[in-house]
Write a protein of this length. Structure first.
Length: 334
C-alpha cells in the first residue's frame, strides 16, 4: 500500500489481494470462466496448453493462464498483466451472466469462498461485508469497468534495459484521472448526453467580458484560489464586475458556474475565458453581489488547477498511447 501511494500519489481506501491459490478457488466456485486465445499456446513454464479459440477454464488451468507470459505478447511481465486483465474481465462477465452479483444467496456462497481465498483490509474482513461489496458490484455495467496498465519506458539507467520506470509524459495524467475519479472509458450514452449539454449551453451569443458579473467561491480548490482567479479575471481578461465571495458552503469535485436564464450570454463568455465544459455550466438562478446586483456564481472545485488553466472535461479519454480495455469485450490473448 505504501509503495502504491509513494509511486502514484493515490491513497487507496481499501485493498483486496488475490494470490494464485485464490485464482483456483474462485474459478472453481463460479464454474469456470471463458477466455479466448488468438493462437495455440503450449507453455512449458506455466504449463498452459490450449488451442486457438475459446475455452472454459478453472482450477489449475486458470492458474496456468494467469501465470503465462513467455507465450503471449512480448514474452514478459507486462504481457502477463494484459492476460490477467483479460482473465478478470472474463470473471466479471461470468459473475454478471449467472446473476451471482445480484443474488444475495449466490453472493453469500461466493463471499464464504472469498474469506478463504482473499486477503482484505479491516473494512472487508467478513462474509457480510464481502457480500455487500459484491452486490454493489452487481450494479456495475461491465462496459464501465476499465483495466489499464501504468505507462512505462525502459529504464534509461541500464545499458541493457531489463527493468522499466514510469513514463513521466503520460503516467502522471493516468494517476490524475484516477484521483479525480474521471472515467477512462467514453460510454456512448454519457458521451451523447455530454455532447448535447455542451451544444445547448455553449452555443449562442457571448456578452463582452466587461458585462460579466460573477461571484467567485472556493469550493474545494487550494486556499487562495478564489482571490487568484479574481485577480486574473480582472487584470488579464477584463472581467471587472467580479468579486471574491469567500468559501462555498460545501466542497465540490468539479468546478461549476450557476447562472439565470437571462445570464446565458455572460455564462458562455466566462466559459470561453476559463475553458469550462458544458457540463460545468449549471442553469439555475442568479444571486445578489455585494452591490445588490444579480450575478452568476462560480464555485471552484477540487479539479481547479489554477487561474488560466482550462477546465474542459477529460471524461472518457486517456492520454495517447495508454493501453486500456473494458470488461464487456472479449479479447483474445495473442
Amino acid at each position: 500500500m505504501r509503495t502504491v501511494t509513494e509511486l502514484t500519489g493515490i491513497q487507496p481506501d481499501d485493498f483486496m489481494v488475490a494470490d494464485f491459490n485464490a485464482v483456483k478457488t474462485l474459478t472453481d466456485a463460479v464454474g469456470g470462466v471463458e477466455v479466448c486465445l488468438a493462437k495455440d499456446i503450449d507453455d512449458s513454464d506455466s504449463h498452459l496448453k490450449l488451442s486457438k479459440g475459446t475455452h472454459n477454464i478453472s482450477g489449475e488451468q486458470a492458474l496456468a493462464f494467469v501465470r503465462t507470459r513467455h507465450s503471449v505478447g512480448f514474452g514478459g511481465d507486462l504481457s502477463r498483466i494484459t492476460l490477467q486483465q483479460q482473465f478478470l474481465s472474463a470473471l466479471m462477465r461470468k459473475l454478471k451472466s449467472n446473476s451471482t452479483l445480484t443474488s444475495p444467496s449466490k453472493m453469500l456462497k461466493l463471499a464464504e469462498t472469498g474469506t478463504k481465498a482473499l486477503t482484505v483490509d479491516d473494512n472487508l474482513d467478513s462474509i457480510g461485508k464481502l457480500k455487500d461489496l459484491g452486490l454493489e458490484l452487481g450494479k456495475l455495467n461491465p462496459k464501465n469497468l476499465t483495466f489499464t496498465t501504468v505507462p512505462v519506458v525502459d529504464n534509461p539507467a541500464e545499458k541493457t534495459p531489463v527493468t522499466v520506470v514510469l513514463n513521466n509524459s503520460t503516467a502522471p495524467q493516468v494517476f490524475s484521472l484516477i484521483k479525480s475519479d474521471t472515467s477512462f472509458t467514453a460510454v456512448k450514452q454519457q458521451a451523447a448526453k455530454e455532447k448535447a449539454a455542451v451544444a445547448a449551453r455553449l452555443k449562442g451569443t457571448k456578452s463582452a467580458a466587461s458585462a460579466v458579473r460573477v461571484r467567485i467561491l472556493n469550493g474545494g480548490a487550494v486556499a487562495g484560489s478564489a482571490q487568484e482567479t479574481l485577480t486574473w479575471l480582472q487584470n488579464d481578461e477584463g472581467v471587472l464586475k467580479s468579486e471574491n465571495a469567500g468559501n462555498a458552503p460545501a466542497n465540490l469535485a468539479k468546478t461549476t458556474l450557476e447562472y439565470a436564464p437571462d445570464q446565458a450570454d455572460q455564462a458562455r463568455r466566462l466559459a470561453a475565458i476559463m475553458g469550462l465544459s458544458g457540463s460545468a455550466l449549471k442553469p439555475g438562478k442568479s444571486v445578489q453581489n455585494s452591490q445588490g446586483l444579480p450575478a452568476m456564481t462560480l464555485t471552484l472545485g477540487k479539479d481547479f488547477k489554477g487561474a488560466g488553466v482550462p477546465l474542459t472535461s477529460t471524461a472518457g479519454s486517456t492520454p495517447e498511447g495508454v493501453q486500456k480495455s473494458t470488461a464487456d469485450k472479449v479479447e483474445c490473448a495473442k
